[in-house]
Design a protein around this ligand. Sequence first.
Ligand code: ATP
Ligand code: ZN
Length: 299
Amino acid sequence: MEKPLRLKLAVQKSGRLTELSTDLLVRCGLKFSRAKDQLLGFGENMPLDLLFVRDDDIPDLVEEDVCDLGLVGLNVVEEKKLELAARGYSARFEILRSLDFGRCRLSIAVPDEVIWNGPSSLEGRRIATTYPYALAKWLTDRRIRAEIVTLSGAVEIAPRLGRADAICDLVSTGSTLEANRLREVEVLLESHAVLVRTPVELPKEKSDWVARLLMRIDGVQQVRESKYIMLHAPRAALPAIRSLLPGSESPTIMPLEGSADKVAIHAVCRENVFWETLEALKTAGASSLLVLPVEKMLA
Ligand code: ATP
Ligand code: ZN
């Protein structure tokens, strides 16, 4: 019997994206088993295996078709594209989806006491980073000459150690910067996790599964914000109530047994339903309000 073709998807081995990535796949219905410290996770109910690697290796693994797919930060993908471009190649992997996790910014930060007059304040300065290609492009685009100090980590302590005058690093809450008495002054890139795909054409068996996975990912991402709302309302209040339902297209309206002028309204709201919305609905005449989480959605 021929071995079934299995998709290989690269995810970060241990870091900020690991749990978020596997969580997305589990929500897409994947059950996988992974022995402790194993590089490979075996998909038990889909022909899809996970390869756990350093996030920096993911673009190459996908570019070189060792893996069909990868989940990685846009920051890593963009840096890899620039690195390949500097060596005269153009990246061929394809970004299939932007994902709603792993949000951060690649930013320039300077010590608190530095007076900032815009990017030109970096002229002739030393900037420490693990993103030399993104930084070089940003500086070149602004015709600023500065020295790039490429480090492999712990960038945020470089100014204190006297190794740099500024840094270019990932920021999410800003607490690391604050703890190191640095302040964010410029944003180079707004980042989030992305799903990347090999440039190589896949056999139908595999590409069908990629399409299914994409549909499920879209469903999962839509559902995260969506709510199902049910309420009773006088017919006369319908226009007002419909205008208050956040991001819902066509609500279902049903008569209520034993009540001539009241109806029940059910609607999927594509945005979160906040207390303020419920209060406004009540003021508009709604009663018996119920908000439920949506578990799965397929357009
Ligand atoms: P690895 O050992 O896999 O190379 P790493 O140290 O490069 O790990 P992490 O710090 O785990 O990577 O970050 C992984 C990704 O998480 C980043 O590339 C980025 O896309 C995202 N991320 C989100 N918020 C932050 C943040 N505040 N700092 C760093 N990365 C962040
Ligand atoms: Zn890394």
